[in-house]
Design a protein around this ligand. Structure first.
Ligand SMILES: [Zn+2]
Length: 234
């Protein structure tokens, strides 16, 4: 059986699985160089005032800081640096939406420049994500994590071939919705995740198998293929 893939986790990684650990850009000391990671700035972090006031290292503002950090990591040719993010848009959070957009678009530019997929946090902003994808003409893979959109949104997102949907929490919070998602999302556009929960990724696969009627082994095969397609052979 192919190994489990956890496309987005905030926890340290178990050696027996393939996982992308999320690292905040201002927390580089936390990078475990022996495992895959993504790096970016969560829209919730916009509350940190000095981000916008050139108060960061070398008198940089937030966007410059992000750009120079990512360029430094890219120069080091770290093979474990797999993706940008998590980043994105959140209409349920208190921070200015235009500022969130500026930060998100900066991540998109870096993802295109360095040819890395983007891991996206999206709350009540799916139409914005689609219109920004069109406006920026982005070509890299976008993985929308913690996905729990409705049927119409799901179909609209899936029209964009490089968009993947990652599900986790919805399997445990809303089984009916999760069942419907399995009817619409083909397994070649799907990922699973644990995010910040304490669950094991194996529990996520097992719950997905239960709700969809598919075998865990089939999910393992398909999602491993999706991983290799986007991040290269392991
Ligand atoms: Zn997360």
């Amino acid at each position: 059986m192919k190994p489990f893939v956890d496309i987005h986790t905030h926890h340290k990684i178990d050696r027996n699985i393939i996982a992308i650990r999320n690292i905040d850009v201002d927390n580089l000391t936390d990078i475990d160089v022996s495992s895959f990671y993504s790096i970016g700035i969560h829209p919730w972090k916009l509350g940190i005032q000095e981000f916008w006031t050139s108060g960061l290292q070398g008198n940089q503002n937030l966007l410059e800081f992000l750009g120079s950090r990512i360029s430094g990591i890219q120069k080091s040719r770290d093979p474990n640096f797999l993706a940008l993010g998590e980043c994105g848009l959140d209409r349920a959070c208190c921070h200015d939406f235009e500022a969130q957009k500026r930060l998100f678009i900066k991540h998109i530019e870096l993802s295109e420049q360095y040819v890395k997929p983007l891991i996206i946090h999206c709350v009540r902003s799916y139409p914005d994500i689609i219109s920004i994808r069109k406006e920026t003409k982005a070509k890299q893979t976008w993985i929308i994590h913690g996905f729990q959109g409705n049927e119409q949104t799901t179909e609209q997102l899936l029209r964009h071939e490089e968009i993947y949907l990652s599900i986790g929490e919805v399997l445990f919070k809303n089984e009916d919705k999760a069942r419907r998602l399995f009817e619409i999302i083909p397994s070649d556009r799907l990922f699973f995740e644990t995010d910040d929960s304490e669950r094991e990724i194996s529990d996520v696969y097992e719950k997905a198998a239960l709700l969809s009627g598919k075998d865990v082994a089939v999910f393992c095969r398909d999602i491993f293929n999706n991983f290799e397609k986007n991040f290269g052979k392991i």
